[in-house]
Design a protein. Sequence first.
Lengths: 76, 376
Amino acid sequence: MAMAVIQVSSVTYALRGQKILRSMGIKAEIQRTTDKIQGKSCSYSILLPADKKTEAEKILTKYGIRMIGRSEKGGQ
Amino acid sequence: MIYLDNSATTYPKPSTVSAAVTAAVRSSANPGRSGHAPSLAAASSVYSARTAAAEFFGCDNEERVIFTPGCTISLNMAIKGLLKKGDHVVVSSMEHNAVMRPLYKLTGEGISFTKAEIVPCDNDKTVDSFRKAINGNTKMIICTHASNVWGLRMPVERLCALAHAYGLLFVVDAAQSAGIAEVDMKNGYDAVCAAGHKGLYGPMGTGLLILGEGILPDTIIEGGTGSSSADLRQPDILPDRYESGTPDLSGIAGLKAGIEFVKKKGTDKIFAHELALIQYLYSRLDKLPGIKLYTPFPDPEFTLPLLSFNIEGLSSEEAALRLSKAGIAVRAGLHCAPLAHESMGTAETGAVRISPSVFTTGADIDRLIFFIKKML
């Protein structure tokens, strides 16, 4: 299954984002960011189904969760 | 022992607090630093405490809840982070040294302050006193929610409105009130500083700084936050900006349990229980010759539940020592609040302070009265 990876600045942002997304029915998990994206370092990422990426980004933006990078992984 | 020094720190703590602290010590990893399961679990634990505190204080964004090692640190962060050279501050005549010592130090850096006299049980006159102390350079009003010596409750909602009407910041010292009286960020406070180990029943070494929307003090401590590590500048995101270094996970877990305890009991019920004990004590002491009381009968509108007094012919410290020998723990002296004692004329003598908790009983107060009578 293809997953979208949304990188956020801190673990608090990640946990808050996860809580908000889950409350809206979007499965979301947290992991330490494994890719170096946009020159940032030491951050956390929210993993979610790739087909929910656009919707999730809109929600996170609405709730003031600062996103600092995006990528995808997995899938065929 | 009968413990009546709960304004210093509540004791005993609820069993849920001890259990939460122990569990955190046994199982914790460093939150917000790593990606392994124990670290993520620890981060989740801190986050759940943050959301519990945000909800308790009516803060609609948990990122604005900052965990600190205590209310004194919170006040230092707010005062030193928000004031600049040339600024003027208005404080109440009841402030604790946690406010006054940072301000006094800042006078050496071009910051000044004026003390507004509190008029007990007259909020109109108290607010007017603050209004008269404002000048063209005033940047901030700082006020204790309740005197840690006299229990006198300040009209912080009205003082906040006054501050904002003049374009000033308003900082509340909620060290004594959090958990006993409502402290609601929806009143528009720019910063609330609270102790975690008093009315919130958390462990010592815990505190809170809750920031209003758009309030971003300069930092007084910088360091590792587990975020944006390649950037040598302190992050501007909250709460990371103000939480450098490994957090006190066990303390924070205990504080969450304390907040949940208070929430379950109900702040209004805790207040009513403690106030009834203090009103009873007041009415009994008021009849005893040789007892000097300084404040009016405790009115819920103007008082938080604590009472300070003196015994004729005994220093406050001697009275506290005798009570200690009788198995009753109280606090005497100046309570780190010389301004409050100056206001009541007790700067030379101090006073004996009785502060109950939710666990204090009427029998405890009767025992106290029994030993006070023996000292007369």
